[in-house]
Design a protein around this ligand. Structure first.
Ligand code: HEC
Length: 111
């Protein structure tokens, strides 16, 4: 096979590869980093979620209160209330793109 063809095929595989990974990455990141508090389904019916009184992100009224830029900031920088940390920031674990994908992921949890 000619080298140029090989390169073309490799980049094609790469393009499809990342396309498929996109959807699963946000879901995986959610399950690994967020679900312990927010619940896999976003309803926050977990031990932590109940203790911290986290809102149900599948609720349309809650979704309406959420702002994309505030969500992104919360994911990267964390959530503080009265100087106390309610949620840590994930900027050391997640890239800005991954955090943006999580905002989109949370948006599609809406019931
Ligand atoms: C230690 C528990 C905990 C973990 C883990 C956690 N959160 Fe949170 N999160 C909270 C609490 C508490 C709040 C504030 C209460 C609320 O929004 O109902 C919050 C709020 C939020 C908000 C709303 C911010 C706003 O604009 O009001 C978003 C979005 C969010 N979290 C996303 C995430 C994502 C994405 C992850 C994983 C990368 C994550 N959280 C991990 C506890 C957690």
């Amino acid at each position: 096979m000619k080298t140029t063809t090989k390169i073309a095929l490799a980049s094609l595989a790469l393009a499809f590869g990342t396309g498929a990974a996109y959807a699963s990455t946000a879901q995986e990141n959610w399950e690994n980093n967020c679900a312990s508090c927010h619940g896999e389904d976003g309803k926050a019916q977990t031990k932590q979620g109940k203790k911290l009184k986290i809102r149900d992100y599948t609720d349309a009224a809650v979704q309406a209160e959420l702002k994309d830029d505030a969500m992104l900031n919360a994911i990267l920088e964390g959530v503080k209330e009265g100087g106390k940390e309610r949620m840590k920031g994930f900027k050391d674990e997640l890239s800005e793109q991954e955090a943006k994908d999580l905002v989109a992921f949370i948006r599609q949890l809406k019931a």
